[in-house]
Every structure is written in structure tokens, then in C-alpha cells.
Design a binder for this molecule. Structure first.
Ligand SMILES: Cc1cc2nc3c(=O)[nH]c(=O)nc-3n(C[C@H](O)[C@H](O)[C@H](O)COP(=O)(O)OP(=O)(O)OC[C@H]3O[C@@H](n4cnc5c(N)ncnc54)[C@H](O)[C@@H]3O)c2cc1C
Length: 431
């Protein structure tokens, strides 16, 4: 049996940030199955250029959440943004600046001011390099609780058992449950199902962010190109009207596709030199210039997850969570850049809360049940087929009911239960 004081499940930025907060006198095991979305982060929200402010960011985030965000979590997120930016600068990350010396901000749809700081297009990768630490390359497949309900142990896929005083779940989201999503098929909500298995509450798992403009091979093309002069055109050559938020844009595109049409991202109106300078990696990919390609919406990040309080604690003693596997910050819709910031802010909070808890918690005994059967690839294939057809950005109640009916026919693995919850929207109306 392995022993540690704090077990961290997930080695993206949320997990690495959590690990960085555990003092050296406590032992940590960080288990990670690979495929973190954090490597893909281009930038994160930081209201660093006046007249922007944490208060304006708070207002924008709450508005974008459509009444489903937890204001206490959003307050923490916004009030710590500038601190995180400074910390990363101290770690040696150089953020892009304008000629006038202010931060160069990537504009995201739905914010009062451009607010996404970035270091080229590789901010996430650089953060992960700076926070890197030894990682156990294994999946955690089960959690165990002691009498009284506190989390006390875990099982790895290899069968090895871990005894721990506290656990931080930082396993990312579940967009990998769809066939066509913008990132790793490894992100299938295991942190959520692990939490559910020991009684943790979920919040807002029906809220999914669809990236509006995804290519046939799953590559998400930045919507900020629309602010640089790119256009979205139907097969008939009609221009889709600009939408204030990604969700509305994605719905317009999906509706065109549902009518049997196709939508093209057309870059002929984009200034080649300016684009090459600002987005060199995209520019290299988009040759010959100007590109024109077919796009459709695809799930990108999942907005709900394990319910946490402002200290990163779940409803289960000893169990903390951070990052995309949690719910409550983004509500119904996420502002670009807020997910990256969430991993930094709440990763650190969950890590320090878990460390405080572990420092005073006894090591508890737990009963190991026999290994639970894990869902095979055929179960994931069934879920993906159902989700791709029925759980789209258009939130159609009939399709969601159909999805629930089909899911109920699958074996009752925890991931199937999670999938059913995804289909239980509180309300289907647009907002
Ligand atoms: C293509 C793309 C671009 C993005 N760009 C931006 C951006 O520019 N700005 C922004 O704010 N947000 C962006 N996002 C969203 C952002 O990347 C994610 O929300 C964020 O990185 C999530 O970080 P995380 O640490 O919570 O999880 P992740 O970085 O996804 O890491 C989770 C890790 O947990 C591991 N794991 C899961 N289950 C287990 C298990 N049972 N046992 C062991 N390990 C497990 C996974 O293997 C994975 O390595 C983007 C997302 C994508 C897909």
C-alpha cells in the first residue's frame, strides 16, 4: 500500500497548482492519466489594463453565468486574478505587451474590455513547465471512505491501494464523452464520478460550452479572428450576423447545419501581416492564405461539476476539488480566459485547504471493496453516439429526453449516471 498525506488526481494546471501549495513536510502523490487540456491554454483572464478592474470582471462573469454562478466563487476568482498574473511573472513567464507598454489582451466575446493576458499562444504549456513535479502516470479508479464518510483512500488502475488523509480532485472536464470535441478523449469526467461515488454533490453539469467554429478534424479555430475581419458564411454566401457571445454564434451555426447547410470560416478580409504577427501558430496552420474551411460547433469545456465552497471543499470531508471538474463559477456560459484563471486560483486554494486539513486529520482506516468493473470502450462509444446526436448547443428538450431514455438502457456505470445528469437541464429556454 502507498501512503501520502494529500492525493491529487489530475496533473493539469489545477492539480499542479494544488501540489505547489502543499508544504514539504507533507507528502503528496499526484496521479495523472495524461491528455490535460491545460497545455492548450492560450491565455487567461486578468483585468490588468485600466479602466478594467476586478469589479468589472465580476459583473461580466456573473452576467455571463445567467444566474447560475455562485457569486462567492466568482468574487474569489476575480479578486485573485492580478495576484496570479504577478506570480506567473515572478516564475519567469513573460506576457505579451503592446508598444505602449500595457498588456496585450486577446479579446474574448462577452467581456466589457479585452481581458485575456497571454504569452504568445503557449501560456498553458509554459505554466505547466514552471509548475512541473514528479507525477505518477496512473489512473485513479476508485475512492474509499472511512466510517463517518471522510475520504481516506484510493485505488489505482494497476490495483495498488493508496492511504491518504486528503484528496484533491483536479481531473478536468468531460467533453471527451462526445465523439467530436475539441480535445482529449481522456477527459471523460472521472473526477466527477469519483466524487459522486463517495457522495459529493454536483452543480450545473448540464451547462456545456460549445466552441462555435471547429474544423472537421476537431481543431477549434479562435473566434477572435472574427474581430480581425474573418467572416462566417453559409453555402449561399450569406454572412452570419455577429453574435455577442460564443453560445449564440454556435447556435446560429448549428441551426444552419440542422437545416442541411454548411458554414465556412472565411479569412479573406483578415490582414495577413497582422494575423501572422499575433497568431503565428494559427497562421502557419492556415496556409495557403487566405484560408476558407467548413466549421461546426463542438463541445469544448464543461462548465459544471463537483460543488465546492470558496475554500475548494466539496460536500465530503477530506475531499477537495479544483479546475474544470468543478461547478459554480461559470454558470450557464463561460467567458474566454476564465477557465485558465480558475485552474490557477482554485488549484492553489484546494491545495492549501487540503494541506491544512491533512496536517490535522488522523490517518483513517477504510475497507477496500473488490475492484469495481470499469466501463469498456463500447459504453463510451454508445454515450458518444447519443451525445453527438442529442446533446447539442441548441438544448432541444425533446432530444435531451431522448438521450436520457437511451442512456437508461445502458449498464448503470457511474459515467452513464453522469451522462444522464448532463441531460437534466433545469430549464431549456435561451437566456
Ligand atoms: C483546445 C482548448 C483550448 C483552450 N484554451 C483556453 C484558453 O486559452 N483560456 C482558458 O481560460 N481556457 C482554455 N481552455 C479551457 C482550459 O484548457 C481548461 O478548462 C483547463 O485547462 C482545465 O484544467 P484542469 O487542470 O482542471 O484539467 P486538465 O488540464 O484537463 O487536466 C486534467 C488531468 O486529469 C487527469 N485525470 C482525469 N481523471 C483522472 C483519473 N481518474 N486519474 C488520474 N488522472 C486523471 C487527466 O488525464 C488530465 O491530465 C481550452 C480548452 C481546450 C480544449
Amino acid at each position: 500500500m502507498l501512503k501520502c498525506d494529500v492525493l491529487i488526481v489530475g496533473g493539469g494546471i489545477a492539480g499542479l497548482s494544488a501540489a505547489a501549495e502543499v508544504p514539504p513536510e507533507l507528502s503528496v502523490i499526484l496521479a495523472d492519466a495524461g491528455g490535460a487540456a491545460s497545455t492548450e491554454i492560450m491565455g487567461f483572464s486578468a483585468p490588468a489594463n485600466e479602466p478594467d478592474s476586478p469589479e468589472r470582471m465580476f459583473e461580466d462573469t456573473i452576467r455571463s453565468g445567467g444566474g447560475e454562478s455562485d457569486p462567492a466563487l466568482v468574487r474569489v476568482l476575480c479578486s485573485r486574478a492580478l495576484r496570479e498574473l504577478k506570480r506567473l511573472e515572478r516564475l519567469g513567464i513573460v506576457f505579451d505587451r503592446t508598444a505602449a507598454g500595457s498588456y496585450d489582451m486577446v479579446p474574448a466575446l462577452g467581456t466589457s474590455f479585452p481581458r485575456v493576458v497571454h504569452s504568445g499562444t503557449t501560456t498553458g504549456k509554459q505554466v505547466m513547465e514552471r509548475l512541473a513535479r514528479p507525477v505518477l502516470r496512473e489512473r485513479v479508479t476508485e475512492l474509499f471512505t472511512a466510517d463517518g464518510g471522510a475520504v481516506a483512500g484510493a485505488r489505482l488502475e494497476s490495483g495498488e491501494i493508496i492511504s491518504t488523509r486528503a484528496v484533491v480532485l483536479a481531473g478536468g472536464g468531460f467533453a471527451g464523452l462526445w465523439k467530436r470535441s475539441t480535445w482529449s478523449k481522456k477527459l471523460r469526467g472521472e473526477a466527477l464520478t469519483l466524487g459522486m461515488s463517495v457522495g459529493a454533490r454536483l452543480r450545473g453539469v448540464g451547462f456545456i460550452q460549445f466552441e462555435p467554429t471547429v474544423t472537421a478534424d476537431g481543431f477549434p479555430v479562435i473566434t477572435t479572428a472574427l474581430r480581425e475581419g474573418a467572416e462566417l458564411l453559409t453555402e449561399r454566401g450569406d454572412r452570419l450576423s455577429p453574435a455577442p457571445r460564443k453560445r449564440e454564434l454556435a447556435r446560429q451555426i448549428q441551426q444552419e447545419i440542422d437545416r442541411g447547410g454548411e458554414v465556412f470560416y472565411d479569412f479573406s478580409g483578415v490582414d495577413e501581416r497582422r494575423f501572422a504577427e499575433r497568431y503565428p501558430e494559427y497562421f502557419r496552420r492556415f496556409q495557403p492564405w487566405p484560408p476558407r474551411f467548413s466549421v461546426r460547433p463542438a463541445p469544448h469545456t464543461t462548465l459544471g461539476g463537483l460543488e465546492i465552497d470558496p475554500d475548494g471543499a466539496t460536500s465530503v470531508p477530506g475531499l477537495f476539488a479544483a479546475g474544470e471538474c468543478t461547478g459554480g463559477i461559470h454558470g450557464r456560459d463561460r467567458l474566454g480566459g476564465n477557465a485558465g484563471l480558475e485552474t490557477l486560483v482554485f488549484g492553489r486554494i484546494a491545495g492549501s485547504s487540503a494541506a491544512r486539513y491533512a496536517a490535522s486529520a488522523p490517518r483513517l482506516a477504510f475497507r477496500e471493496s473488490p475492484p469495481r468493473e470499469q466501463p469498456g470502450p463500447e459504453v463510451f462509444a454508445e454515450i458518444a453516439a447519443i451525445f453527438d446526436r442529442c446533446v447539442t448547443v441548441c438544448d432541444e428538450p425533446e432530444k435531451l429526453r431522448e438521450a436520457k431514455r437511451l442512456l437508461a438502457l445502458l449498464p448503470p456505470f457511474p459515467v452513464v449516471k453522469l451522462a444522464e445528469k448532463v441531460c437534466e437541464r433545469k430549464e431549456y429556454a435561451d437566456y
